[in-house]
Structure formats: structure tokens, C-alpha cells
Design a protein around this ligand. Structure first.
Ligand code: ADP
Ligand code: MG
Ligand code: MG
Length: 900
């Protein structure tokens, strides 16, 4: 028979799958000999069995009773004893902490009889009734769902009757009366008496914890955070200790370092004569933990030494809950504490300095997502007023602008050059133009998967959504601050045109224009700030440099201009993974493309191409110079040629106007005919990429010649040019072979060039599944994961993100947009097939990625595991990709640490 119950002394922190995080850490502290009240944990296995059968598994309650008797024996108290009752805390605790799970029930075991025993035993009648009052409330609320307001109304009535305002001023008699009133509330709401059997209280509380696994909020949270739905929760049952036994008792929370800045020191809050959630509920004023040194120096020093022990043991920042009962210190919880991005880097650096962890481990303690967060400009905390509201941090950035309520207003304001924040209850596809025009987007409804959040992330707009303290009324043109979520002034009204500031990294919404501070990390990366000048920057510098030493993958940048290439280099890019040549055909060069398209004979076409060539050559020369000594991957022209022509409706209007005036539309008429002829219903699937090169004579040859000329020129200037030629949209080896033959013929006309690799993008599913063939004609592969995702899923990105991705995310069809993070099971499978088949043919084949996923922290790890040589991403993302490439190299597959 499986073992369903573990005494705290039997468990340890490795067992968090079985015992939940809280239980595993209580066990670990017990094993360390720290003062933890005795108790036991009912396993997640028992929970899963309960949820499957609707009943606890056979033997579970026998085990519970056996462990209960052991506690009774140890403490010399018995559950339900009328003279010396044992009281229990029942606490939920899953592998990952999540909202919506059942809250803790304290003081289980109190009944109309045992309350008297507790009073006599402690000599404190008020304490006994206070505890019983808490039990009826917590038990009623969490086990039976009795609404809080019903209890708080009774509390208010009791204070009024006693003529006092503070709870502490109520006498033992008042509290006795209050318990009676609470029990009446309980009876009226549940239709039954408050249970007078302590064992029944315990039994019901345990079942309620199990059932809370499927509470709506918990289910929703798990889906959002990608936590498997079938883990189940553990239940911790332990003896109570009392922080509410007078001024020499109390309860508190502590951190071993400041979780906001990483600063060493004493951080926490303490509240005398209090129990449980009193500390965090904000109903009474806590004191800073330092003051405990005056209140109870012995407990304070004991706590400091325990914090030290825990930090050395966990080798990380710990977050702690404790209670002092009449001068005796008890530990009630610890875990590796959550921290801000800044603190994560600072602490990792400190722990290395202190010799507690090594640099590889330090790398594992930070993430590319955190580094990205630190690279956004931020609001100056000193300049920020109290927030009006705090919503969901949906897309990062610090945006300041004037309030607009309608998409059209955002568009017209932006056209006047104004910065605006589009404020909506929620957004829908009609709001798209306004979202593009706005600096930031704020909604009062919806979470991370709402339309606003999905679209904003896709476009890189700052977004705060679900700021529920705000009532948005677009018709009245007002935002009313209805709640106190952010501590801001209730009832404040904002109107269109008012300035607000939204922080997409924290979800805070501020009134007015808050001063924005540039990121010190960016200033350091750009070379404007010395690493030693700042603790955070020093830590970032050290970890980035370490990442570069351990990484197997290199990081290149997607850059089209020499300027971008220089920035990328400063950000640490080892080459260019994607130079899009189409950007070289815009502006006044468009006219040359028009001539190419309109040419009626070979001579006209050759002339247009000949005019384009020197321009291309100059572009390439500048790029090769900026990336001297590093690979520069140049993609031959990819988009359909008609994208370079004026839009159909514009031309139609111009031609119609000319005709109406009786003049000859001339050139416009020819262009219009060309646009009509070249129209495609699905340009994404039409004449583009390699197809262009095979259909438009001379086009790719011209580009290859320009590359060769630029290379020769750079060589002549004493440079070290390393171009690579990349063919887009190949689906069949024959396509690549044909282009390669053309290119090689051109290159053969040059003497003394370095070898110029000719490779292909893998972005059409057919290319991935025939990669073994394609590899025979390719010197390198670069996965174009944007198109591979579009074509693999059959999604047109521009159409689907705003239309239905929110719904798909809500339904859990995918947990994150496949355009944000690589879909490892589907598109990832195509990639894996391609890598395996290609390397079987050409073991040393260079493989990289140039889609946006190359700069996505989660995807970088996938590419490392898939055997890639490099990732390429936008220059701004190069640092985070470097960090993730390093992390992927030091982090064994099995030890993906919990970053939730
Ligand atoms: P959460 O998961 O929300 O932190 P906990 O299970 O930690 O909930 O319980 C909340 C609070 O209840 C704790 O911070 C602690 O103050 C109090 N508490 C928990 N167990 C005990 C106990 N055995 N004795 C006294 N207080 C307890
Ligand atoms: Mg807790
Ligand atoms: Mg593509």
C-alpha cells in the first residue's frame, strides 16, 4: 500500500513533487534541527487519488490518525481534550505556489468545550476566544465558502456595541459574544451547526484542501503559467503555535536579502500579538523587522542566525514566515524567495563573491527574460507617485502619454506627433489602428491572453491590462479610480487628454507624466557606463562574460545597415545572421525597381539591374566593414516585386484623375497595368524568395555580383570580409541547385575571393522534411522560424494574432503564441527532423536561426538542445540571447529550475 502521510522528519526538500513546496521545506527545516512545530504532510498522490475517486484513498485517514497520535504523544496534548487541547493548522501546498488554492485554517480543534480548557491553560480568556473567533471565520470562509462580509459585518456590530474602534479593545466577553454571532452566520449560510468534533473539523479541512486544486482561479492560473493540471496539492497538518498570546508573542515575515534590490541586510515585517495573515492583510500596522531587536533581542538574534543557516543551506535568498510564542521562536515556512530582475542579478553576483555558488550556478539563477526587463527604460521610483491602479503587466516598457479612448483619436493624435495611451475596457480588432498609433495600451479588463495583451506583445507596444480598479467609460470620456488596489486616491477622475504613465513591467498605472530613466544596463552595453560603477551593472557584466565563455552557440544579429551592425557588435553580436536586402530597394531606389519590372526587353532589364548594382555593392561594403572578421549572412531578395510598386488604389486614383483631365497617364498607366498583372491573392505564398530568382533573369546574379565586388573591395582595403549568401524560401533541392549554379558562375569570374558559403533558409515545411536532400546543395542552414511557423500552422500572422489568438490561449490550445516562443512539439519537430537528416549527410553543416525566436529566451534553449551553432536576433536582444546561450550550456536538461 502506498504511503500517504510523511512526518516532517521523514521528508526533505527534494520531495516537493510528493510533499508540495511548503511541506518539503518544512521537512527540510525540521531535518536541519530548526524549531518547527511538529506535523506531517499528506502527499499529492493522496490528493490525486481523492480527486479521481471523490473519496480519500483507503488507509489514508488511518495514517493521518497514527501521525496525529504521535504528535499528541510528543506534546502531551490531545485533539479535543477539554483541559489541554491540541490545536492544529491545516495548510495547502502544491509543487508550485498558486493563487486560488485553499487558504490556511488555523486553530482547528477549538470547540465550545475546548475553548474553556485553552483559556484556563493559558490563563488568558481573551486569547482563547480570539482564537476560536478566528477558527469559525477561517473555517467558514475557506471550507464552506461563507462570504467574508457576513463575518466582518458582525465584527463591526460588535465594535459598535462595545463602543470601541480597535479590535484589540474588545474584551474576552465581547469576543465570546462575537463567536456566537459568527456561529449563527455559519449556521444560516451552511444550514448546519459549526462542527463540534475536532476530528470532523480536520477531516473537512483536509478534503477542502484537496478540492481546492480544482478551484476556478487555480485552474486558470495553471493554464496561464503552464503548470500541469494533474499534479495535485499536498496538505500540511501541524501543531499550532500562538503569536496572539500577548505582547511577548507575535508573527512576522522575513527575507535574507532585500528581494527588491538584492541589498544585504534585515528585511521583513513584524506584528506583536498577532496570528497568521494579520501581518500581510494590512489591517494593522506592522513594524520593520529591525525593531524586533528591541522588542525581543533573544528571538531576534536567534532568527538572524537561522536566516544565516537557511541561506547557506539553500544557497540562495530565502523568504521566511515565523511566529514567536511567549518568547519562543518558531519557523512556519521557508522557500527560495521570489525577487525582482535587478535583485536576481545582484544576488547571483553576491553569492559568487561570498563563495556560496560558482559562476555556472549564478548563470542559472538569472534569465534572459530578466535581462530583457532590465534593458527597458524605467520610471524613476523616486519620481513616481502612488499608482492609481496595478493591473496585469502584459507587455514591458514605460509609456507616458495623453489619455485617448477611441482608436480613431489615437490615430489622429499620433499623426499630430503626440504620444497617447489608448485606454479601453478591453480591445478588439477594430482598435488595431489605434493600438499601432499609441505609445501604450491600458485596459481595465482581461489578462495576459486578452486581445490587448496578445496584440501589444506582438507589436512591441507597452501594455497594462486588467487594471480593475479603473472604471473606463469611453462615452463619458472618463476613467474613475474605483478601488484601492494601488493605494491611489479613490474617486479620482481622469479625462481624455490627461497625462498618464503605465509600466508594462509591473502593471502600475500612474497619474501624470512620470520621469523615465534610461536603463543602466543599456548604458553599460553601449559603453557609456563602466561595469564597476554600479552593483547591478557589475553583476550583469560578469554573468554575460561568463555566458560567452561557456556557450556553445554564438549569437548573431539581424541587421540591414552598417549602423545596425555597429550597434549589434557593441551588444556582443558575433556576426550578422540575417541581412534583408529588400531594405536596399526602398526610397529613391524604388524607381529602379519599377524600371526593372516594366522593362519590356533584356536590354531594358539589364540596364535597370546595372543601375542597382553599385548601390547594392556600396551597402554590402559598409556592412562587411562594420562586421569585419565576422560572418555576414546576406539574404537574396525575398518579398514579391509588386511590394515595391505603389498601391493599387493609389495608382487607380492617379490614372483616373489623369484621364478625367484628358491627359495621358503615361508611366502611371504602365505601372497600373503591371500592378494588376502581378496581383496575387496570397502574396505570402506567391512569387517570392527563390522563385523570384529563378523567374526574373539576372536579379540574383546582380546581387551575387554586388556581394563579390564588395568583398573584393574590402580585401583590397586590407579588411577581412566574410559574406555568406542565403537563398530564401527554398522548398526543393532543385531550386537551390539552380540558384547555386547561377551564383557559382558569377563568383568564378572573380579571383582571390575567400570562400563564400552558399546556404539556404529552412522556412517551408517541405524544406524541413527534405533537409537531407537540400543539405547536399547547402553550405549552411538558417531556420526562418517566422515563416516556418506561419506555413507549418497555416497561420497568416498579421491576420490571426488579433483575430483569435486570445481565444486560443484561453482555451489552452497553446500556452504562449507560437510566434513568441517556438512551438517545440510541432514546428520544433520539423526542425529536429531537418537537423538530423541534414547532419547525417553533412555532419559539419552550420545551422542557425534567424526568425524572431532567435531572441526569445525560452526558444534559445530549444535551439541549443537541437544542436544549433548560432541564433540570430535583433541587435537589442543580442545580450539576452548571449545569456540564454550560456545558461543552456551549463544547465543540464534535468535541472530546469523553477522560475515561477
Ligand atoms: P500561505 O501559503 O498563504 O503563505 P500559510 O500556510 O503559510 O499560507 O499560512 C498563512 C499563515 O498562517 C502563516 O504565515 C502563519 O503566520 C500562519 N500559520 C501557519 N501555520 C501555523 C502554525 N502551525 N501555527 C501558527 N500559525 C501558523
Ligand atoms: Mg505562507
Ligand atoms: Mg521568410
Amino acid at each position: 500500500m502506498p504511503k500517504y502521510v510523511y512526518d516532517f522528519i521523514e521528508g526533505n526538500r527534494e520531495l516537493s513533487d510528493l510533499l508540495g513546496g511548503k511541506g518539503a521545506n518544512l521537512a527540510e527545516m525540521t531535518r536541519l534541527g530548526l524549531p518547527v512545530p511538529p506535523g506531517f504532510t499528506i502527499t499529492t498522490v493522496a490528493c490525486r487519488a481523492y480527486l479521481a475517486a471523490g473519496e480519500p484513498p483507503e488507509g489514508m485517514f488511518d495514517e493521518v490518525n497514527r501521525h496525529l497520535r504521535a504528535i499528541e504523544a510528543r506534546l502531551g496534548k490531545r485533539l479535543g481534550d477539554r483541559h489541554d487541547p491540541l490545536l492544529l493548522a491545516v495548510r495547502s501546498g502544491a509543487r508550485f505556489s498558486m493563487p486560488g488554492m485553499m487558504e490556511t485554517v488555523l486553530d482547528i480543534g477549538l470547540t465550545d468545550t475546548t475553548v474553556a480548557g485553552l483559556a484556563t491553560l493559558t490563563g488568558d480568556e481573551r486569547f482563547a476566544w480570539d482564537s476560536y473567533r478566528r477558527l469559525v471565520h477561517m473555517f467558514g470562509r475557506t471550507v464552506f465558502g461563507v462570504p467574508d462580509e457576513l463575518f466582518t459585518a458582525e465584527m463591526a456590530a460588535a465594535k459598535r456595541a462595545a463602543g470601541v474602534t480597535a479590535y484589540s479593545a474588545l474584551s474576552a466577553g465581547d469576543l465570546h459574544g462575537l463567536v456566537g454571532a459568527y456561529q449563527k452566520v455559519f449556521h444560516e449560510y451552511t444550514g448546519r451547526d459549526f462542527p463540534q468534533s475536532p476530528h470532523e473539523q480536520l477531516d473537512l479541512a483536509i478534503r477542502a484542501v484537496f478540492e481546492s486544486w480544482n478551484a476556478e482561479r487555480a485552474v486558470f492560473y495553471r493554464r496561464q503559467e503552464r503548470i500541469p493540471a494533474d499534479l495535485g496539492t499536498a496538505v500540511n497538518v501541524m501543531a499550532m503555535v500562538f503569536g496572539n498570546l500577548g505582547p511577548d508573542s507575535g508573527t512576522g515575515v522575513a527575507f535574507t536579502r532585500d528581494p527588491a534590490t538584492g541589498e544585504r541586510g534585515v528585511y521583513g515585517d513584524y506584528l506583536a500579538n498577532a496570528q497568521g495573515e494579520d501581518v500581510v492583510s494590512g489591517s494593522r500596522n506592522t513594524v520593520p523587522l529591525q525593531q524586533l531587536e528591541q522588542i525581543d533581542p533573544r528571538s531576534f538574534h536567534r532568527l538572524m542566525s537561522i536566516m544565516d543557516t537557511l541561506e547557506h543551506h539553500y544557497r540562495d535568498l530565502c523568504d521566511i514566515e515565523f511566529t514567536i510564542e511567549r518568547g519562543a521562536l518558531w519557523m512556519l515556512q521557508t522557500r527560495v524567495g521570489k525577487r525582482t530582475a535587478e535583485a536576481a542579478f545582484v544576488i547571483a553576483g553576491q553569492l559568487v563573491d561570498e563563495g556560496i555558488i560558482n559562476l555556472d550556478e549564478a548563470l542559472d539563477r538569472v534569465s534572459g527574460a530578466q535581462l530583457a526587463h532590465l534593458m527597458f527604460p524605467r520610471f524613476d521610483p523616486a519620481a513616481a507617485p502612488a499608482p492609481l491602479a496595478v493591473g496585469v503587466a502584459a507587455a514591458p516598457g514605460a509609456a507616458v502619454g495623453r489619455v485617448v479612448f477611441h482608436s480613431a483619436d489615437a490615430v489622429s493624435a499620433a499623426a499630430r506627433g503626440e504620444q497617447v495611451i489608448l485606454v479601453r475596457r478591453e480591445t478588439n480588432p477594430d482598435d488595431l489602428p489605434g493600438m499601432i498609433a499609441a505609445t501604450g495600451i491600458l485596459t481595465s479588463h482581461g489578462g495576459k491572453t486578452s486581445h490587448a495583451a496578445v496584440v501589444a506583445r506582438g507589436m512591441g507596444r507597452t501594455c497594462v491590462c486588467g487594471a480593475e480598479a479603473l472604471t473606463v467609460d469611453p462615452d463619458a470620456g472618463t476613467i474613475t479610480v474605483a478601488g484601492t488596489a494601488g493605494g491611489g486616491a479613490v474617486g479620482t477622475v481622469l479625462r481624455a487628454g490627461d497625462l498618464i504613465s503605465i509600466d508594462g513591467g509591473t502593471g502600475a498605472v500612474y497619474p501624470g507624466a512620470v520621469a523615465v530613466r534610461s536603463s543602466p544596463v543599456v548604458r553599460y552595453i553601449e559603453g557609456d557606463l563602466a561595469p564597476e560603477s554600479d552593483q547591478l551593472v557589475a553583476a550583469v557584466d560578469r554573468l554575460l562574460r561568463h555566458a560567452d565563455t561557456v556557450a556553445r552557440m554564438r549569437v548573431r544579429a539581424n541587421a540591414d545597415t552598417a549602423e545596425d551592425a555597429e550597434r549589434a557588435r557593441a551588444f556582443g553580436a558575433a556576426g550578422i545572421g540575417l541581412c534583408r536586402t529588400e531594405h536596399m530597394f526602398l526610397g529613391d531606389r524604388r524607381e529602379l525597381v519599377e524600371r526593372l519590372i516594366l522593362a519590356t526587353d533584356d536590354a531594358g532589364r539589364d540596364e535597370a539591374l546595372a543601375a542597382l548594382r553599385p548601390l547594392q555593392r556600396a551597402d554590402f561594403e559598409a556592412l562587411l566593414a562594420a562586421m569585419d572578421g565576422q560572418p555576414v549572412t546576406i539574404r537574396l531578395l525575398d518579398p514579391p516585386l509588386h511590394e515595391f510598386l505603389p498601391a493599387l488604389d493609389e495608382l487607380t486614383a492617379r490614372v483616373a484623375r489623369a484621364r478625367a483631365l484628358g491627359t495621358d497617364p503615361g508611366h502611371d498607366g504602365q505601372l497600373l497595368a503591371a500592378v494588376r498583372r502581378m496581383h496575387e491573392s496570397n502574396p505570402m505564398l506567391g512569387l517570392r524568395g527563390v522563385r523570384l530568382g529563378l523567374v526574373v533573369p539576372g536579379l540574383f546574379e546582380m546581387q551575387v555580383r554586388a556581394i563579390a565586388e564588395a568583398t573584393a573591395q574590402r580585401l583590397g582595403d586590407g579588411g577581412d570580409p566574410r559574406p555568406q549568401i542565403m537563398v530564401p524560401l527554398v522548398g526543393a533541392v532543385q531550386e537551390l541547385e539552380a540558384v547555386r549554379a547561377q551564383a557559382e558562375a558569377v563568383l568564378a569570374g572573380f579571383d582571390g575571393l575567400p570562400p563564400i558559403p552558399i546556404g539556404t533558409m529552412i522556412e517551408v515545411p517541405r524544406a524541413a522534411v527534405t533537409a537531407g536532400e537540400i543539405a547536399t546543395a547547402a553550405d549552411f542552414f538558417s531556420f526562418g522560424t517566422n515563416d516556418l511557423t506561419q506555413l507549418g500552422w497555416g497561420f497568416s500572422r498579421d491576420d490571426v494574432e488579433g483575430a483569435f489568438f486570445g481565444r486560443y490561449l484561453e482555451l489552452g490550445i497553446f500556452a504562449v503564441s507560437p510566434f513568441e516562443s517556438i512551438d517545440t512539439t510541432g514546428i520544433g519537430r520539423l526542425i529536429a527532423i531537418a537537423v538530423t537528416d541534414a547532419r547525417a549527410v553533412r555532419p559539419g553543416l552550420e545551422i542557425g536561426v534567424c526568425g524572431e525566436h532567435g531572441g526569445d529566451p525560452e526558444s534559445v534553449r530549444f535551439f541549443h538542445d537541437a544542436g544549433f551553432d548560432y541564433v540570430s536576433c535583433s541587435p537589442y536582444r543580442v545580450p539576452l540571447a548571449r545569456l540564454e546561450a550560456g545558461r543552456a550550456a551549463v544547465r543540464p536538461l534535468h535541472s530546469r529550475s523553477d522560475t515561477r
